[in-house]
Design a protein around this ligand. Structure first.
Ligand SMILES: *[C@@H]1O[C@H](CO)[C@@H](O)[C@H](O)[C@H]1NC(C)=O
Ligand SMILES: *[C@@H]1O[C@H](CO)[C@@H](O)[C@H](O)[C@H]1NC(C)=O
Ligand SMILES: *[C@@H]1O[C@H](CO)[C@@H](O)[C@H](O)[C@H]1NC(C)=O
Length: 521
């Protein structure tokens, strides 16, 4: 690993520069941390990834086709660079090298997801593929041998296409059994070593894209929400969500009854969160901001934690919102999560469209809770805007969001399962510019500071995962939006550290210095 060795030298040179530029001098940051509450010594620092965005090897070793394989091949024009995840960043073949990068960073955990169609190419309609089981076993063992704890997502967007073709996947209650079967197999084969499980990643956000705006597969929607050939934006997202919630509950019940006592791990769900700031002090805008939360993260967290949908959804959606049967309510009675996983990237202003008149357009409609999200109020933006339309740099919103979750769901442990900064690769941009990612460092430093502030406020946060270890396939943005701490050359697949990789390494080291300090005293 000659590259790594020379890299270390560069890092040492970089450290002084970084400390100079960002004011994170070793001693001063040390002192700051002493005064603020530091991260506890068992805190997980990691990086996050997902199967479709990383693995590639889309037909290797018997893997079945999934929804994204089919979508990207049938509709290449929907992807910004007309690319796909056939190869992605080839983690399927390069995971040993990637673990070396994690070792360099000094992280103690890695979040990745299971490719459903690699393990069960046809869901319950075919056999288990033991080549897939073997891949994850090897990955898990390799991580553990380097002191990196696997933090595993059972489902991160992709599922076998056969389940879409047979019964429209999440629109059917049959998906609950399919997911339970996948979960059982994963607990059985990996659960002796995996102590952190999450069921479904960002169901709230995926359903908006797949069933309200229809821009993600299965591309179902109705006007005025989007332009699809089939679907119903005002009913289907809520049906699919209901099946996802019950699928989550099924997996948790399987874990708790069959595995948890012996395997001693914990299981949760991951939601996407945004902070929604009322655009004015008026009661209607404050209520709109609350509705925006309810139609987003609370949509899943309230049923999982409290066994019922948020009242704002019940009021607005009426009969379009499915109900839990008395049996299901019984199942939901106790919290069906040991922890909550939080993905967080951005904040918005929110304006009322229920009582106030809004021009038609995004946010003005029922399935969106009549709450319009805006990036500015007059000409005051919510934080700093970026080249990616939806990402606004507003660390204070992260602190507010964590406080909101802490107050709504007291005591339950939280993991920040994703947080990171994306660079839109403009045509004139050079690799050198991409490697010199000061904006990402500014973002991470602001958000980690906000995280510490939220922990001082009382948020029970147990870990933080940067999205992402590597540049990777960013869904509709293809490879044009880069979130990695490491740059990936798409032709050679060579990984090169960005400045943020060194910054994160130093940040983690600082926590250890402080922890050791405390132990000595
Ligand atoms: C699993 O993959 C292998 C190739 O590695 C293939 O021969 C086998 O048929 C697959 N089994 C199932 C059940 O898909
Ligand atoms: C909807 O999509 C069709 C086919 O791509 C296109 O012809 C039409 O202009 C679109 N309509 C709107 C309102 O975008
Ligand atoms: C935006 O700012 C400019 C100058 O700072 C001011 O002239 C203008 O009125 C402002 N616009 C709004 C909508 O507040």
């Amino acid at each position: 690993m000659q590259t790594l060795a020379s890299f270390v030298v560069i890092i040492i040179l970089l450290q002084s520069l970084l400390f100079h530029v960002y004011g994170i001098h070793k001693t001063s940051s040390h002192n700051i941390l002493k005064d603020s509450s530091p991260f506890p010594s068992d805190f997980l620092f990691g990086t996050a990834s997902s199967a479709y965005q990383y693995e590639g090897a889309y037909l290797t070793d018997g893997k079945g086709l999934n929804n994204w394989d089919v979508f990207t091949h049938e509709h290449p024009g929907e992807i910004l660079d007309e690319n796909n995840g056939d190869i992605a960043v080839d983690q399927y073949h390069q995971f040993m090298e990637d673990i070396q990068l994690m070792t360099f960073l000094g992280v103690n955990s890695y979040r990745f997801s299971i490719s459903w169609s690699r393990v069960l190419p046809r869901g319950t309609f075919g056999g288990i593929n033991y080549s897939g089981i073997k891949y994850y076993n090897t990955l898990i063992d390799a991580l553990i041998s380097k002191g990196i704890k696997p933090f595993v997502t059972l489902n991160h967007v992709d599922y076998p296409q056969e389940l879409e073709n047979r019964f429209q996947s999440w629109l059917s209650p049959k998906m609950q059994n399919e997911f339970g079967y996948l979960a059982d197999i994963c607990f059985k084969h990996f659960g002796d070593r995996v102590k952190y499980w999450t069921t479904i990643n960002e169901p709230n956000h995926m359903l908006i894209l797949g069933y309200i705006s229809g821009t993600f597969p299965p591309c179902r929607c109705t006007s005025p929400y989007g332009n699809c050939s089939q679907g119903n934006s005002e009913t289907e997202p809520f049906i699919a969500a209901h099946n996802m919630i019950l699928a989550h509950v099924k997996a948790v019940n399987i874990y708790r009854t069959k595995y948890q006592k012996t395997q001693k791990g914990s299981i949760g769900i991951v939601v996407q969160t945004s902070w929604f700031e009322p655009i004015s002090d008026s009661i209607v805008d404050k209520e709109a901001a609350e509705r925006a939360q309810s139609f987003y993260s609370n949509w899943f967290l309230d049923p999982v934690i409290y066994g019922k949908y948020p009242k704002e959804m019940v009021n607005i959606l009426g009969p379009a919102l499915p109900r839990f049967s008395s049996n299901e309510v019984k199942n939901l009675k106790n919290s069906r999560a040991d922890f909550i996983g939080i993905n967080h990237y951005t904040s918005y202003f929110v304006q009322d469209c229920l009582i106030s008149t809004c021009n038609s357009g995004y946010g003005a409609f029922k399935a969106e809770g009549f709450a319009r999200k805006l990036d500015r109020k007059g000409n005051v933006t919510i934080g700093e805007l970026t080249d990616i339309g939806w990402q606004h740099i507003y660390p204070e919103g992260f602190r507010k969001m964590l406080n909101y979750i802490k107050d709504r769901y007291p005591n339950i442990p939280l993991f920040i399962t994703e947080n990171g900064f994306g660079d839109l690769q403009k045509p004139e941009m050079t690799v050198k510019e991409l490697l010199h990612d000061t904006k990402r460092i500014q973002y991470m430093s602001g958000y980690l500071e906000a995280l510490q502030a939220a922990m001082r406020d009382g948020a029970n946060v147990k870990g933080y995962f940067v999205w992402s270890l590597l540049d990777n396939f960013e869904w509709l943005s293809g490879y044009k939006v880069r979130f990695g701490l490491f740059h990936v050359d798409l032709t050679t697949l060579k990984r090169t550290p960005k400045q943020s990789a060194s910054w994160y390494k130093i940040f983690i080291e600082e926590q250890h210095v402080h922890t050791e300090d405390l132990i000595v005293k």
